[in-house]
Design a protein around this ligand. Structure first.
Ligand code: NAP
Length: 272
């Protein structure tokens, strides 16, 4: 039987731990929209062979690791933010046309509401797909400088988007890196998640040296050791769960045309 409702899903690999189906299906239910959101896992070796047949038979997709950049060549039109960031995480597919959006930007921005970063120094650890959206958002928040700490500076240089207005410096991450100039420190590595749950991107002494009013933000969706240690020394922390729900809610509005209301965000948040 042909499904009648909206056919949505998340494309990535691996997807075993993805919470997107439960969050998005709760959003669809709240809005009273007939549809289903499922996982579409395609392993990298099979991506180019399988992607077209998937794009043919769905109304919308979220795109996650490792395809946010690779998907761009399959899109007919991209939002200006996708061009700046160089990655898309939301596809709207209608009348054979595929449009790309980036809602990670929105989720990150909104999760920092109330944190004034204008003219402040910000440090990001890691320079993968998530860092690209974060860097563009920080430029729009008018920070004075962005330090990007990585284990492989050459690779990071090639992966980060070009900034017109903000100074960005890539630095080697080491035990002696001093982040005490930063008002906001963001972990965008997987250190602290899954099999790396007991790892931290910074050493204890580096966390203790941070500014007293610094905010420590971990893009990982749960309370990580980094956040626990930061809280122990009295720092304000933010975990990735708000960003996760906010980017998901924004994607849902692209597919449904419905308003991004606080009630929708609350319903999706409860499901996560
Ligand atoms: P990614 O593209 O794989 O990038 C990961 C970055 O971390 C790369 O710069 C990588 O360096 C670095 N890294 C990996 N292992 C490391 C290690 N052992 N030591 C130092 N650096 C290491 O991943 P991503 O898409 O940017 O995602 C990063 C994190 O953000 C993940 O935990 C993801 O779940 C989370 N995330 C959260 C949200 C949200 O909504 N809250 C959204 C997107 C992502 P190399 O390039 O040298 O490997």
């Amino acid at each position: 039987m042909i499904p009648q409702g909206l056919r949505l899903g998340v494309l990535g690999s691996p997807l075993a731990h993805s919470k997107s189906p439960q969050i998005q299906n709760a959003g669809l239910k709240f809005l009273g929209i007939d549809g289903d959101y499922v996982k579409y896992e395609i392993v990298p070796d099979e991506f180019d062979r399988k992607i077209r047949s998937l794009l043919c038979c769905v109304d919308g997709l979220n795109v996650t690791i490792p395809y946010k950049e690779k998907i761009l060549k399959y899109l007919n039109r991209v939002d200006p933010l996708v061009e700046r960031i160089g990655a898309a995480n939301t596809l709207v597919i209608k009348d054979g046309q595929i449009h790309g959006y980036n809602t990670d930007y929105y989720g990150f921005m909104e999760s920092l509401r109330g944190v004034d970063l204008q003219d402040q120094v910000v440090s990001i650890i890691g320079a993968g797909g998530a860092a690209r959206a974060v860097v563009i958002a920080l430029e729009d928040l008018k920070v004075s400088k962005i330090n990007v700490y990585v284990r492989n500076p050459e690779k990071a240089d090639g992966n980060l988007p070009y900034l017109k207005k903000t100074d960005l410096e890539v630095k080697l991450l080491s035990e002696t890196s001093d982040l005490s100039d930063s008002a906001l420190i963001i972990n965008s590595t997987p250190l602290g998640q899954g099999r790396l749950q007991s790892s931290m991107p910074l050493e204890h002494h580096q966390i203790r040296r941070l500014q007293k009013n610094a905010v420590v933000y971990d893009l990982i969706y749960s309370k990580t050791m980094l956040l626990e240690e930061a809280e122990q020394v009295g720092l304000r922390t933010i975990d990735g769960s708000q960003m996760l729900v906010l980017q998901a809610a924004k994607s849902l509005t692209h597919w449904t045309g419905r308003e991004l209301s606080p009630e929708l965000i609350a319903a999706m948040s409860l499901a996560h």
